[in-house]
Design a protein around this ligand. Structure first.
Ligand code: NCD
Ligand code: ZN
Length: 338
């Protein structure tokens, strides 16, 4: 008997759709199997005004084709005026903070958190969530751990500000979830299944290189246990971050793993392997709905334990994007969407 599960309105709470031809290529690959996604603002230039947000949202809608899909827009953190926040508030799900230079297109990010407190305060008062790329500029394996003090500071100083620790990768970050009422987190697919060994322990695999870098087996285990029990403050956020093939397979490889087209099926395989398929609905949609109060368009996605071969690359007008598991077989696949 084939096993199957029908997921209601899967959500991807951290997604990079890019712009231009890449946007046109990857948007349908998420919109097929997800009801909605939180769209990251790290374009060049960043999405840091209501005008830019609305224009970008329109380009996403134009790229959707016939798919039903809610793009939950974000703005790039900078010091905003009260008026700017007041007019933009209803058009976005939150504001994404990048430490300056921490990752792709983050040069305009924040240099010191205490210098931008007035914006945190206004966001807290207006009920605008803060999403954070939580890494310092320290040793690469310690960057997330070193940033945890900043989460403590933010969560304590702004107790009503809802703060999402984006793409957590360490056991220490999992523990933080229970320390502050106003902290929640997203976790990616790759950080539930790989460690640094898969990236650089043998032949270097640029397609698994992302920020934050994959960590130790005990970190992966802690993340996996939290996901498999559908910890109510943990949400799926793919951090699917496509780069053209030539930006990955080169000297100076860009950070980002492209997982959108296979994320739902691969998560079903993972949860089934641990006999926790019944927890996948909460992890992939319900927790996010509760934490953000979103009501996504209804989409029923049935996943079955029938194999499918992940393409070697997804090909757009002018570019190739290589997904995680390129050319490999996955044990589960999407069998029906309505
Ligand atoms: C992301 C990107 O390429 O935009 N890269 C990544 O490795 N995750 C940015 C980010 O979320 O850090
Ligand atoms: Zn990201």
């Amino acid at each position: 008997m084939p096993k199957k599960i029908t997921l209601r309105s899967p959500l991807d709470m951290h997604l990079h759709l890019r712009d231009g031809d890449m946007l046109k290529l990857v948007t349908p690959l998420t919109a097929e199997s997800f009801s909605g996604a939180v769209i990251m603002p790290n374009l060049v230039p960043p999405v840091d005004s209501l005008d830019r947000l609305l224009e970008y949202k329109q380009r996403i809608v134009d790229a959707l084709g016939h798919y039903k899909f809610d793009p939950y827009m974000t703005m790039f953190f900078r010091q905003y005026s009260e008026k700017e926040l007041a007019v933009a508030k209803d058009h976005m799900i939150g504001i994404k903070l990048y430490p300056a230079g921490a990752t792709t297109n983050s040069e305009a990010g924040v240099k010191a958190l205490d210098a931008v407190e007035p914006t945190f305060k206004m966001m807290e008062e207006m009920g605008i969530p803060l999403m954070v790329h939580g890494e310092t500029h320290g040793f690469v394996m310690d960057r997330e751990k070193e940033f945890l003090d900043s989460y403590d500071y933010l969560a304590t100083k702004f107790p009503k500000l809802k703060i999402t620790m984006e793409h957590i990768t360490t056991a220490d970050a999992v523990k933080m979830l229970d320390r502050h009422e106003n902290l929640r987190a997203t976790v990616t697919l790759q950080h539930l299944i790989i460690t640094l060994d898969d990236v650089a322990g043998g032949m270097l695999n640029p397609h698994l290189f992302c920020k934050p870098i994959a960590k130790r087996p005990e970190d992966r285990e802690a993340l996996l246990q939290a996901a498999l029990q559908a910890h109510p403050k943990l949400m799926f956020g793919s951090d699917s971050a496509p780069h053209p093939l030539e930006k990955k397979e080169c000297c100076g490889c860009a950070a980002g793993v492209f997982t959108s087209p296979l994320a739902v099926a691969r998560l079903a395989q993972l949860f089934d392997r641990h006999d926790k398929l019944d927890k996948l609905q909460a992890f992939i949609s319900d927790n996010a709905q509760n934490l953000y109060g979103v009501k996504p368009a209804e989409k029923l996605v049935t996943v079955t334990n029938e194999r499918f071969q992940v393409p070697a690359a997804y090909v757009g007008h002018d570019q190739h994007v290589v997904p995680m598991h390129a050319g490999e077989e996955i044990e589960w696949s999407i069998s029906h969407i309505s």
